[in-house]
Ligand binder design. Structure first.
Ligand code: NDP
Length: 409
């Protein structure tokens, strides 16, 4: 890219960010409207949809603020292992308290009590619209709070729009409470499970619990459970290592994850595609294969970064020692593609969508978005690593030429 073209792109970026700030919530509302008013079918967006936008209610505010507060209390009060993050640019390492698994289990017990003893599932499913609007407001409030803190770090994004979008602090904390780790995982990720469970319970109340619904809930619960079982591995991910905490992450974690990742369960609550045993088996195998690639590769990198002597696939690992001291693994999964972990995630998302059959394209919006997200994310990560590691990254790219799919891309 020439210097002039680079400047033009940088000047246009705030406009693109404002458009995305409007478009992303609009997409989540659009999906909600298709599900609520159009039987889960895609329809052409129309101005009339503006009148269908759900408003927050007093009860939805109490529920969402109570939910975020409840998850925060669990993070503060429950016992948890202490772990150190990877070294920061200044050489320091932050300490984290990892009690996500216990928080999830405690929350599952609470959900079970609510499912058995109250009408919570029906209320949640009937009030997803107000809950969505309230969560949007909460995400905005957290972002404004972060901006008002006014803490800046070296390499801060220039201009208020970029700062709003990307954030100013890499690791904003209130005392020892790490805001990014909390919002990354707790209210949204656990909220995803909670909404899935409510949708399944509602389906059971009104129809019959379908095999597709059982599997989608099981796969997604396993995904979230796995996240917390390997919570420490999160500390070496892109979000924790490089992404500052602004609206993009906060809104993504709070709104996008629980309200869009439930698109399959929401669809299945009212539609049983009636998939046969062979289709369900094939989908289960696809999900399991995706999981193996996703989990083993992420764990391999994490283990390597913490103990580079650990054998990889039974052999001493090959790696590149970069000029700044970081090591880049070139063995095992990381020999196959530079983001082989994304391939596993994409395979799992395909399995979740396929459980919905082919009567509506709506559930497939998820995999379409996910592929775009991960392709874009890989390119951003590539740029960051190229800038950070220079010639070492060029050598790494030569040794591992594929981005995500070995032999293809
Ligand atoms: P990675 O965990 O792959 O982290 C990328 C970072 O790892 C790089 O910036 C670099 O950081 C380091 N790195 C890259 N290559 C190597 C190597 N060969 N050896 C050692 N270190 C290396 O990316 P993400 O955080 O994006 O993804 C983590 C997982 O989360 C993935 O499986 C992804 O699919 C999933 N994910 C899921 C999402 C969802 O919504 N469900 C959303 C986003 C991600 P450095 O060298 O600076 O340490």
């Amino acid at each position: 890219m020439t210097a002039t073209a680079g400047k033009t792109v940088r000047r246009a970026e705030p406009i693109a960010l404002v458009l995305a700030w409007l478009a992303l919530p609009a997409l989540v509302y659009y999906v909600w409207i298709c599900q609520t008013y159009h039987h889960g079918q895609l329809v052409l967006p129309s101005p009339g949809m503006l009148h269908q936008l759900p408003r927050p209610t007093l009860k939805s505010m109490v529920v969402i603020i109570g939910w975020v507060g409840y998850q925060a209390i669990l993070q503060v009060l429950l016992p948890g292992r202490r772990a150190l993050g990877l070294p920061l640019p200044d050489g320091g390492r932050l300490e984290y308290r990892l009690n996500g698994l216990l928080s999830l289990l405690v929350t599952i017990v609470l959900l079970t009590v609510l499912l058995i003893g109250t009408n919570t599932p029906a209320w949640v499913v009937g009030n997803l619209g107000p809950l969505l609007s309230t969560t949007n407001i909460v995400a905005l409030g957290v972002t404004v709070f972060l901006l008002l803190r006014g803490r800046h770090e070296p390499g801060d994004s220039p201009g208020p729009i970029r700062r709003f979008w990307y954030g100013s602090e890499l690791n904003p904390r209130i005392g020892r409470f790490d805001l990014k780790l909390f919002f990354e995982a707790r209210p949204g990720l656990v909220g995803w499970v909670a909404i899935d469970v409510c949708l399944a319970a509602r389906q059971q109340q009104e129809h019959v619990l379908s095999a597709s619904m059982i599997l989608v809930c099981a796969f997604q619960l396993a995904y979230v459970l796995d996240y917390f079982v390997h919570e420490e591995a999160v500390l070496s991910t892109y979000d924790i290592r490089h992404e500052k905490f602004g609206w993009m992450l906060c809104w993504g974690d709070l709104v996008w994850v629980p309200f869009l990742y439930t698109v399959q369960a929401r669809y299945l609550a009212d539609h049983d595609p009636g998939l046969g045993a062979s289709a369900l088996t094939a989908i289960t195998v696809l999900n399991a294969a995706g999981y193996v690639v996703f989990r083993r590769s992420n764990l391999q990198k994490h283990t390597f970064r913490n103990n580079p002597q650990t054998p990889v696939w039974g052999e001493a690992p090959h790696f590149i020692t970069t000029a700044n001291g970081s090591l880049l693994l070139v063995s095992g999964w990381w020999r196959l593609a530079r983001h082989i972990n994304y391939l596993g995630d994409i395979a799992m998302s395909a399995a979740w969508c396929l459980l919905c059959g082919f009567d509506s394209p709506l559930p497939y919006l998820y995999i379409a978005y996910f592929v775009v997200l991960l392709v874009h994310r890989e390119r951003r990560d590539n740029r960051i690593c190229q800038a950070k590691y220079g010639a070492d990254w060029t050598e790494y790219r030569a040794r591992v030429p594929y981005r995500i799919i070995p032999g293809v891309y």
